[in-house]
Design a binder for this molecule. Sequence first.
Ligand SMILES: Nc1ncnc2c1ncn2[C@@H]1O[C@H](COP(=O)(O)OP(=O)(O)OP(=O)(O)O)[C@@H](O)[C@H]1O
Length: 225
Amino acid sequence: MSALIEIKGLTRILPAAVPVTLVEDISLAIGAGELVAITGPSGSGKSSLLYLLGLLDKATGGTLAIEGRDTAGLSERERAGIRLATLGFVFQFHFLLPEFTVRENVEIPMRRLGRLGATAMRERSTELLSALGLADHLDKRPDQLSGGQRQRVAVARSLANDPPLILADEPTGSLDSKNSDQVFAILDALVRERGKTVIAVTHDTEMAAKASRRIHLVDGRLAKS
Ligand SMILES: Nc1ncnc2c1ncn2[C@@H]1O[C@H](COP(=O)(O)OP(=O)(O)OP(=O)(O)O)[C@@H](O)[C@H]1O
């Protein structure tokens, strides 16, 4: 079976008078059911790697295949389709849309994908948010929630289209330790109970220690952790 995500020699150099190397010659394969922590010092290229994996940026060298499909040469529309159906994103800041309710925020990716009708979307958003302990907050707006609650809404939104792969950039970075633990436990349960793959950039050593695998970067390259 092919890996969920496989990269070979992945490199991203920003063109400039003095070119900036963000990541260089990274090769790895990540399968279903892994919880991967990307660690490394500030500026080592962790977010850059995650953005490449999430098709939010384009490599300047090497290859990237998602679910066995080479992503080179895909149109922007095709890349957006993969982002919507196959990938879920959680960032350090929740990026919820303030003018929409919690439920509407979770339904936005479903609407964009267009596979479900209104009733099914409502059922799914209720189910996802209830599973994350937010059943009492469905019709609130993000600014009526705590930081931890908002981040759980962001996790629910990342799961809207039931993607096999969740990419998280410092998902617990803006939370206190209690909420961090809770968000980490949710990500961990997604892997253990639902067979999802989670790749998370983290500075949190506890979270990294609990991951099933650690990828350590130094100066944009894979290094021993
Ligand atoms: N658009 C850009 N222009 C110039 N330099 C950039 C750009 N984006 C990133 N960099 C540089 O590339 C390097 C890698 O950045 P990246 O954000 O991937 O690191 P990181 O490991 O995620 O850092 P942190 O832990 O601080 O978030 C850094 O030195 C950063 O300053």
